[in-house]
Design a protein around this ligand. Sequence first.
Ligand code: CA
Length: 705
Amino acid sequence: MKLTQTLFSIVLYLIGATSVTEAARKPNVLLLCIDDLRPELACFGKDYIKSPNIDRLAAKGRAFHRHYVQAPTCGASRYALLTGTYGPSGNNALFQRSRRVAKNPKSVPPSFPAWFRQHGYTTVSVGKVSHHPGGRGGPNWDDRSKKEMPGSWDRHLLPAGPWQHPRGVMHGLANGEIRVRAGQMDVFQAIAGPDSIYPDGLITEEALSQLDQLTKPEDGKPFFLAIGIIRPHLPFGAPKKYLDLYRNVDLPPIPHPSKPRGKTTWHGSGEFMKYNRWKRNPNNDAGFATDVRRHYAACVSYADAQVGRIFERLEEIDEADNTIIVLWGDHGWHLGEHAIWGKHSLFEESLRSPLIIHGPGMRSRGEPTSAMVETIDVFPTVCELAGLPQPDFVDGVSLMPILKEPSADGHPAISYARAKTIRTATHRLIVHKDGHSELYDHTSEHSETRNIAAEHPRIVEALRAEIDRRLDKDSDFAPDQNQLPAKPPKDAVMLFDGIKINRFLSMSGTAPDWPIENSELVSGRGKGRTNHLVSDLHFRDADIHVEFRLPEVGSGNSGIYIHGNYELQIFNSFGKAKVSQQDMGAIYGFAPPLTNACRRPGKWQILDIRYRAPLRDEAGQIVTQGAITAWLNGKQIQANTRFGEPRSKYHPYRYGTTPYLKNIWEQQKQTSIGPLFIQDHDNPVRFRNIWLRPLDAHTMTYHAE
Ligand SMILES: [Ca+2]
């Protein structure tokens, strides 16, 4: 974390110099957060829902049909949106963060709006954007001394009107009715009247007034306006005209409506059941279930109408072409699927929500994408769209490649509540605190109704490891590279200690013939690519440390082959302005280094690598990609670079290979456990102090048959 903080402090210092006129050329940002909105919209393929305004946005932007939230509850999901990071699973997440800010402001990276504010934007929040509409704590959510997002917003607004205070607005029904006891408040309602008899009408009016103010600023700044619409959150109250849209609409049957058997994240729908339901239960009363679904749909159309009013105003004030628009649902909602009426589960219905992005530089506008993405990706994406520096403290990635090309790859999505889950293109794994696993195959007709964890232990293990890797934040890996030679940690295994070759063999499994000169191991003398060293220590995930010196003459073309397939290049790139996949610190075939950290030939250099192996299923197919984070000479050169099947034709299992190595490769494909190679190539490179620190229990000494 330390380095990240230093970096963002430096960035903060630098942007202090950004002039307002420069910032003024930047596009505005309009972030629309809709509460509890299912991806059940016309533009998401559900033609029985009337959502013409959101559809209009999808027609000119990109609808992400497989967007997953980090948490199936408002507060934790909004934390992920507003920080770009994985975070706590409770609704209090942002208030917890604000307490950390109060204690030590420098220890907390800026929020999504704060980043824009620091880069010359005016930032305004209206309605429910963070968990508490208006962004304040206290019993009625209006205590000015308890800020949910300190330093983030120029104005954090909520008009309470007849609902008295933000807490009243949050669960308000028509004409100022506020929730005192949930059992006395109807679970749905549709009173005739204008939009403003329900809270979102008022929120939208405030949002329109803010738009008017923000477009004629005296300071010439662009705006970042976030608007949070509360419906379709419970209670399902909206003006009658929206319910009328569904009077004669047949809703499709509820998919998989049975309560799941076995241990799952199913719950009793407490948030729904506590309202007045006229003693009816949608799980055993089909007519009531349809009523509930129609009122939910009415709330969606009501929310959509508010979105329409905002778009109309944006066009009237002539800012539509210069505004990045993001529409985001904070999570899904079960309308009877798995016999749940609510969110809070880790099933698909709770975790999938709409995401639509519209902005400059997109191609194939209006085409949806099925690339899998996460809420934490929104922050870096909007930065790239707006031309702001990328925040290096987020866990998400920019979705710009998918905005340019809808068929571009996404990535697995992580979510958490009482348990943790990962969704890949084909599977969902849910891991409970007691270790119980649910594994679902989304390519099967049974989908999330049949737990196949017991039949596929390899997939369970691979996906479990991926959850740990993502949430453990390998990005914080920052070895101490100030001392040379470095002192090995206590749990390191020395592969070469300067006295003898401790743990390396030749490519045939015999004693190696590399010379040791002055306690330094000297690589092959220009024979090239067929005399590598192979460790007899085999491992899965590990931290690897190597110190080396390039020859004064020649490229020093050597490298570290991890598991024989993934080569970190050792190649003289000193002083080169632009580095490629051939250069020092590149992962050959996958990624160039982030920066050129190569020292002058003849000087000692220090390389530390955190390696996560790709994991395979029973059939040898990669289930989770591998990942490398690496540091060279005090600079990060790889940050969680992902990789799958090997790409180099020169890797030692193929090029000049031996029966010994072929055996290792066959076993490695089954176990994801394999050796480290030091490459012999062209000009001799000198090595010292080579060690390995296993990160798991999958380490063994390999003996040839
Ligand atoms: Ca919500």
